[in-house]
Design a protein around this ligand. Structure first.
Ligand code: THU
Length: 143
């Protein structure tokens, strides 16, 4: 499992990435950061579109940035999502949507699971794993 220092770093990167979210329609800004097995970190944010269905979630943005940079094994992902219009005490953990869970599933590391950190604030982080969020999943080894 990831040490506390790396976890903190990844969560902070997710918050920084959130600043670059483009979410003029929902105003729900999401940032995400991945660390790959080779130690590289990647960041991404949700990018909305006037044609709403063309919106891309933060988790898929960062997954595609990592994969298209050659990373094939993701160790951990940190995510933070909330609207600035909602006061901090009314916010909730923003878990990755189903499509994003499946996209992350493609890039399991040798350990067989990806740590998922869902942050409400840099200090308040819900820790889970991809296998917990997507049990009995379908992956490349089935084909
Ligand atoms: N969103 C994400 O970025 N990740 C998720 O897992 C769920 C939703 C974004 C998409 C859209 O821009 C906004 O949050 C509201 O759905």
């Amino acid at each position: 499992m990831l040490n506390q220092e790396l976890k903190k770093k990844l969560v902070n990167l997710a918050f920084e990435a959130r600043d670059d979210s483009y979410a003029p329609y929902s105003r729900f800004k999401v940032g995400a950061a991945i660390i790959s097995a080779d130690g590289r970190t990647f960041t991404g944010a949700n990018i909305e579109n006037a044609s709403y269905g063309a919106t891309i979630c933060a988790e898929r943005t960062v997954a595609v940035k990592a994969a298209s940079s050659g990373a094939r094994q993701f160790i951990a992902i940190a995510i933070t999502g909330f609207s600035d219009d909602v006061p901090p005490e009314e916010r909730d953990y923003a878990f990755p949507c189903g499509i994003c869970r499946q996209v992350l599933r493609e890039f399991l590391p040798e350990s067989g699971d990806i740590a998922v950190f869902v942050a409400l604030s840099p200090e308040d982080v819900f820790e889970t794993t991809l296998n917990a969020l997507l049990p009995h999943s379908f992956g490349p080894e089935y084909l």
